[in-house]
Write a protein of this length. Sequence first.
Lengths: 591, 388
Amino acid sequence: MTMTAKSDLITAEIIRNYFETVCGEISKVVENTSISPIFSETHDYSVGIFFADERGVSLLARAQSVPVHIFAALTSVETVLDIYKDDIHEGDLFFASDPYYGGSHIPDWTVVNPIFVEGKPRFFTSVRGHVNDVGGCAPGGYNTLAREIWHEGFRVPPVKLRDRGELVSDVWNLILCNTRTKDDITGDLNAMVGGCIVGEQRLRELLTKYGVAAVVRSVDYILDYSENRLRSEIAKWPDGIYRGRSILDHDFAGGGEVPVEATVTVTGSSLKIDLTGSHPQVAGFVNSVATNTISNIYSSLVALCPDIPINSGYFRPVTIELPENSVVNCRPPAPVGHSTVCIGSDIMEAVMKAFEQVVPALVGSANIDLVNVRVFGTNSRTGRFFVASDMTATAMSAGGANGTDGWGGYAAPFCALKLPSLEMYEQQYPYLYIQVEYTTDTAAPGKFRGAPALHYRRRMLDPVRAIVYNQGWRHPMQGYNGGRAGAGNYFILNEGSPEQLIVTEACYDVKIGKGNVIFVQSGGGGGWGDPLERAPALVAEDVHNGYVSVDGARRDYGVALDPQTLGVDEAATRALRASRLGAKPVSAPVA
Amino acid sequence: MTEPDPAARLVAAIQGAVAEHAFGTAMKLAEPINAGLFDAAGKPMVMTDASFLASSAGALAAVRQFFGNRWRAGDVAITNDPDAGAANACEMIVVAPIFAAGTAPAAWALARARVPDFGGWELGGYSPQAVDRWAEGARIEPAKLVVGGAWRREVGDMLRLNSRTPILTLRIATILTEIARSIAASWHAAEENERGIVAAEIAAAVASESEKIDRAFQTLSRSKQRTEQPVHVPIPSEPIAPITVEMRYDGARLHVALSGPAVSPLPINLGRYGAPDIVIGAVSAGFAPRRLTTAAILDRLAIEVPEPNLLAAPLPATVGLGRETTGQAVFRGVLAALSASGLHADTDVAWQAYCRTALGGRLDYSTGKLSAEMAAAIRISEAAEACR
C-alpha cells in the first residue's frame, strides 16, 4: 500500500520521536551501568544517532545531553568513515578520542557503532563521554601546565574495539591501561558500548517495523523540517552584521587575556558566524580545535530556538568561518585540554553577545562556568588510588533569561548535566561537605537575575593533591540587555591553615593536608534586563530568601525595604528608581 | 684445528641481524639495541648483551601471558611496560613468535631499543616532575604491531600520535620488527637442514660460558659481604636512604640480596626487572673480558629483590630515571661487594662502560632531563626525516 503524503509526515514524526526516545534509552543504559560518578551522577556524556548517505553524515537525534559532545561526535563518525572507508563491517565497533582526529579534548571518548542497512553502514549509534582520567601528566586530564598535546593524555585515533563482532583485546587494553582508574573506566567504557548496542537493537526494530524506505524518507523529512523551521525564524530577524566579544581572564601560561570575537551576519534566512579577530593560538591548554569550536557555536544557536528539533538540519542555514592558527581553530601540537569549557564557553558567550543585538528577547547565559578542581590520592577507606572532580563547583552557571531568573544549576544547553549527589561523593571519596549554599548579594542583578554564587566548602579526610583551574575572576559571565555580570570565581585551598592559598587562576599539584578545607566560590551567570525593571516584590522575595540584602536591594535594584518587616516601601522605591533612571547614561546605539 | 666458540655463530647471527638493520640516524639514537632468542617456553637462549636477559625474559613472559595461544606466523607484539621488562616508557621491546611445523611457536625472537620519545612531560622519557607512571609517557601494554605479516594501522597510529618524534619512533619500531624477523629467519636457516641444531649450539654455548663464569667465581671469597651505596638524585628532595647489597658465593652460585628504601615519589625507582638486569651487568663487568651472551649467568646467580621498594617498584611508581640513579647505586654496590670478595674492578670505568653500552648515556644529571646534546640531535633528526 502506498502511503499518502500526509501519512508519510505522520510516520516521519513518529520516527523522529522514536529516534529521540532511543537516544533517551541509550542515555539511561549508560547512566545505570556506568561506574564513575562523572557518568552515573553528573551525566557528563552524550548520546546521538547519526545517518550517513552520499550527502555526508547527519545528526538525527540526541538525548538531552551535553551539546558540545554530540555535535562534535558527528565529526568522529565522519572521521571513522573517512579512515576506514571500505574496511567497515557488520559487528565492528569504533573508538576515538584524539582532538586532532575529530575529537574535542582527550578525555572525551567516543564510541561509534555502525548499523548496516542493505549492506552499507547507514545508521550509527554513538556515545561520547568525559572519562575521569586518560593518563598523561596530570591525574584527571586537566593539566594546567600543559604546553603541548603530549602533556594531556593518551591519544587515540579512530580504532576498532570490535572487529566483525570479535573484541580487539589489545587495543581495548591499550586504551584502558592508559587510565589511572582502569577498573572504573572499564565499566564506563562498557556502559558506552552497551548503550550503543541497545540503540542498535531499537533501530533494527524500527527498520523492521516501518521498512528501510520509510525510515530513510523520514530522515529527509526530519532534517528538512528543522532546517525550514530555523530558516523561517532567521527570516524574521533583521538583516545585518552584529558583533560580540568575550574575554578569557588568562591562558594558564602567563599569556594574559584571550579575547574571542564573533561576527554574526544575518542575510535573509541564512546566518554566517565568523570568529575572525579571535586571539591567536596560545601556549596554555585553552586552544580549541575546529570541531570543538563549531560545537560550541551550535550550542549557542540551539539555545535561541529551543522548540526546534535539534539535528543536522538545524545547522544547514549556518556557515562558519574560523581563523587559522587561532585559539578557536588551533593546530597541533597545541594543548586543548580545557577547551570544551574554557575557550568553549567564551565562544558561546561571544556568539550570544552578537545575537543579543539580533534577538534580545531570546539570549542569556548559554555557557557554563569556568571553575573546577581535581584532587587525587589514596582513599584510606579503600586503599585505592582515586582521582575525582567535583562538578558541584562548576554548576552555578545559569544566568537570567527573558522571563526567568537564573536557576541553581547548569545553563540551559547543559541542563542534562546533573548536580551530583554530595552524599554519593562522600561515599566514594574521602570528602566531607561542610557548606554548599547560595550567598547573599552575589546574584548578577537584572530584571531577571542570575543564580546567586555558590559557596562550597569541603574537608578532605585524607591527604590529597589538587589541581585547580579557574577563570571568570576578572571577566565573569556577562549579563544581557542591561543585566549585570556574575560574581566571579575563586578558590581557597587549605583554608584557614598556614598553607592557605587563594587561587584566582590556577595551581598544579598542591598538597591538601588531611582535614584541610577547599573553598570555592562559583560565581553564577549574568542577569537579563535592567535591574531597575525588576519587580520590587521579586526583590523583596530575594531578600526574604537571603539572596539579596536590604542594602543590596537598594544599591542594585533601587528597591527600598523596611529592614524590620522586609516590606517594600513603594514610594521610596519609586523615588529611588526615578533618581537612578535620571542619572543613567544613555546607552550607545547597537551596531 | 680449534673448534669455533659455539656461541659465536648464533650470537653472530643475531648481531648480524642487528647490524643489518640498525644503521642510520634513527638507530644511532635508538642505542643500545639488543636482541635475543628464546626457546618455546620463553627461556632465554642467547642475547647480544646478557645484562638484558632478566628483563627480556620478563617482557616475553608478559607478552605471552597477554596473548595466550593467539599467535600466528608473522605476528609482532610490542610493549614498553616497566612492569614487564622495559626500563622506562622510552624503551620499546618487540617480540615475535617463530613457528616451525607445529601450531605453537617453536622459539621466540626479541629485540629492544630506545625510542626518542613516547610523550610524558619531557622529550626523551626523563621527566623529573612526573607524579606517577602515566606522567612519564604513554603506556604500551602488549599489543600486536604486526598481525600475520600485516602492519596494524591502529597500533602504529597510537605509537605515532603519542610520540613527539613520530617518524623516528615508527622507524625504530619497524627496524626492531625487521630484526626480530631476521632472527627468526636465522633460526629457520639453522633448523632447515638439521633439526635441533639451535638448541644444541645453545647448550654448548651455555656450557662454555658457564665454565668461564665458574672460573671467575672460584676466585671469590666465601664470606658474606655487605655494602651500602648512596642514591644520587638530580632532583631537589629529602635525603634518600642508601641501598644495601649483600653478597655471598657458596661455591655454586653467587647470592646477591638487595634491599633499599620504600618506593620513592621521585622517578628514581627501578621497574620490576631493573635490579636483576643491573646486577647481571655489574657482575659481568666485574670479570668478563667481553659481554656475556647466553643465559648461563642466570644459573650462576641467585638474586633477591624485595618488592615493592625502590629497587622493584610496580605501577604507579615512576621509574624514568631509575637505571641512571638507583641503578647506578646497585651497579656500584655490586662491584664494591665483588671487590670485597676479591674480584677487583675499576668501578668508575665499569660504570661508564655500562652507561655507554646499556643505557646510552643520555641523562643530564644536573637537570634530571635528557641531555641538551641528545635533545638537539633528536629534534634535528626528526626534522630531517620529515623533510625526506
